[in-house]
Design a protein around this ligand. Structure first.
Ligand code: AMP
Ligand code: GLY
Length: 440
């Protein structure tokens, strides 16, 4: 599936299920998540164009223009005049900036309006929302001055959790046993402004112990229908050590999420959130991501995000047995017609390949061609993340560059095939975690 850009063989979606809606879709974003969404949507939609996409998307389906920042005027005009029938938004920033509001009344959008995307855009608002609607989460204190922050630390036992209020590209959270480091984090946010306006408020939060899981749900404003749970590994190094990253690997299913626990997540997290959004006057249409901490039978929400997770999406979509394009349109138009999502009886795993040094500074322009052009199939895929074509080579443009996704009868089976592909295609200047799928 991963021939060079410009060849329509670059992605070879399997032929099922049959196309139920002849639809022209604009997909916004450029990462591994968007490559996976493209791959899945192309199975049933007639046209999918990615704005701007990466080298995994065939050239014919990439649209580098019009570009967009926080002003969607030119993009809106283009999408309307080119008769797109659905807009699917991958990343959080355009949602928080109001892309769904901008297109309202013109084209259905899979993604919440800015007022609901605040659930990710402001941790302070997310905390207010969770407390108001009785969604279980850690105790927290919002602070606007360094003095307030230091005082809040005195009220929380160690380890300390300090978060910038706004979007910070996954870097705004510090979890530490050292009060000195926690104070530094507060100072960096509020005084040094290392996250700009995103750090005008700091949240000091109680530490939650347990194991993490990500539960995504398709939402149509009234109901939330969940995906199978996935487990993300955010730390850079084996054994869940090292700095937090955007995500170095993921696995589905998650052995510690039982059916009973899933029923509780539905009732205490998803249903309460959907009700809350309605009560607040911002009914939620799109993908709601609940980042959970599971401690035995206790569930707490660590964070909500307003979009699909990366890299969990790349692991989940190849085993999803549904027409995703049709479901997205149903959500966007407020009429989701299924009560549960069907998954193949398979485990799935993604291992992310990143540039040496990531999440710190790293080199770009690494030659990824042999790995990215490996012959793959439905149960063994290579999704592009930060890549571009340079003549006939695939070169890296970001920290997270690629994701190898394998599915199989067990996690062990999927894991052994993903790692076999990686071992036979080593890439200088990159690294990947060796323990995805083997941690208890
Ligand atoms: P967030 O950006 O809020 O997802 O936080 C990034 C990561 O920090 C999470 O995936 C957790 O591993 C960790 N984290 C955040 N908040 C807490 C908390 N209250 N207790 C324990 N770990 C946390
Ligand atoms: N995988 C973590 C995230 O998408 O935020």
């Amino acid at each position: 599936m991963t021939a060079p850009e410009g060849t329509d063989e670059a992605i070879d979606p399997q032929s099922k299920p049959a196309c139920t809606v002849a639809m022209k879709i604009a997909l916004i974003g450029s990462g591994g998540r968007e490559h996976a969404l493209y791959w899945k949507l192309k199975q049933t939609a007639s046209e999918v164009h990615v704005f701007p996409g990466n080298a995994g998307i065939p050239a014919a389906d990439r649209r580098k223009e019009p570009s967009y920042g926080s002003d969607f005027g030119a993009l809106k005009e283009y999408l309307i005049s080119n008769k797109y029938e659905l807009v699917v938004v991958g990343p959080e920033q355009p949602l928080v900036d109001g892309i769904a509001d901008s297109l309202e009344g013109n084209i259905p959008v899979f993604g919440p309006k800015a007022s609901a995307a605040r659930i990710e855009g402001s941790k302070e608002w997310a905390k207010y929302f969770m407390q108001k609607y009785r969604i279980p989460t850690a105790r927290s204190i919002a602070c606007e001055t360094v003095e307030e922050g230091y005082e809040a630390l005195e009220q929380m036992p160690s380890p300390y959790v300090v978060k910038a209020d706004g979007l910070a590209a996954g870097k705004g959270v510090t979890v530490t046993n050292s009060i000195k480091e926690a104070r530094h984090a507060i100072h960096d946010c509020l005084e040094r402004k290392v996250f700009g306006d995103s750090g005008n408020t700091v949240i000091v939060e109680e530490f939650l112990k347990g194991k993490e899981a990500s539960v995504f749900a398709l939402c149509d404003g009234k109901r939330a229908v969940p995906f199978r749970a996935a487990r993300d590994h955010k730390r850079a190094h084996d054994g869940d050590e090292g700095p937090n990253t955007g995500g170095m690997g993921a696995v589905t299913p998650v052995e510690y999420i039982s059916d009973n626990l899933m029923a509780r997540i539905q009732k205490e997290v998803l249903d309460r959130a959907m009700n809350g959004f309605r009560e607040e006057g911002c009914a939620y249409r799109g993908l709601l991501y609940a980042g959970l901490m599971i401690d035995g039978d206790k569930v707490n929400v660590v964070e909500f995000n307003c979009r699909f997770g990366d890299p969990e999406t790349q692991a989940l979509l190849p085993v999803l047995d549904e027409d995703l394009a049709a479901l997205f349109l149903q959500c966007a138009t407020g009429d989701l017609q299924v009560d549960r999502l069907r998954f193949m009886d398979l485990s799935s795993i993604i291992v992310v390949v990143a540039a040496d040094g990531y999440p710190g500074s790293y080199k770009k322009g690494l030659d990824m061609t042999p790995l990215m052009q490996t012959e793959t199939e439905q149960d063994l895929l290579v999704f592009h993340a930060g890549t571009e074509m340079e003549n006939d080579k695939v070169v890296s443009t970001g920290g997270r560059i690629a994701g190898v996704v394998a599915s199989g009868r067990s996690v062990a089976d999927a894991r052994s095939r993903a790692y076999a592909l990686l071992q036979s295609n080593p890439v200088d200047g990159t690294f990947y975690r060796k323990d995805i799928g083997s941690l208890s």
